[in-house]
Write a new protein. Sequence first.
Lengths: 147, 138
Amino acid sequence: MEKAQVVIERTYNAPVERVWKAITDIDQMKQWYMPALTSFEPKVGFETGFSIGKAGDKQWPHVWKITEVVPNKKISYEWRYEGFPGNSLVTFELSPNGDSTHLKLSHTGLETFEGDKNPGLEPHNFAEGWNQLINILLKDFVEKTAA
Amino acid sequence: MRRDVFQAIADPTRREIIRLIAQKPLPLNSIAENFEVSRPAISKHIRILTECGIVMIHTRGRERYCEAQLQKLTEVSQWVDYFKTYWTQKLDALAEFLEKEKAQQTRKAATEATAQPRKAATPKKKKNKAYGKSTSRH
């Protein structure tokens, strides 16, 4: 299967240094991003693991491994699930835009995960009509990946 | 040539074909009637869709019916859909976080600005103290 990825771009009303800190400092990351995080250092080769899942439900042990760090510009890390096939890659890229910061998030390699098992899979996600799925989600997805 | 789901949905005509037959199987002829392009062009798109495993063709009498195999589509879209929602929410949360942090820094800066003249022990001292009191009430 070919690439399956998510790419989202945003502009934040904050200087790059501040956005960089928000995406690499564990105390800040825990506030907006990943409260379950137990350790994080923006250094190539650094690996961290933590579990996510409601109490009593299946737990999803996440493993992140940092592959690239360019301070204030770019950080990439592998994102996989322990004991589960597949390995994806998350990349945050920052560029200054006056007093604001342009952020490009890409999450690639999603095709390497098994299609029928998904930590976010809940019945309501897929109860919606097929037309909506095909017209909106996939169209949008294809246009983004084609770009 | 390798065929997969991504190739199937990469073309707008093929997406429209999938949309048409998503609800119920349709004869090839009536699918073709929905498009301006030639019937052979539609046949080619349908052939690609069958090669990708998204469409199955059944022959009933003289008609060839196209049926969508949508399970194939969910397999790819589940993770993409999940992470698309996930990152959209997280990046919204990052915006809120940065705004909140900025507001805190602005308050901190304002407090420092009023605190500084106090150290200098200038005649403005009283006035600044009063200002500091008024802000602390908020």
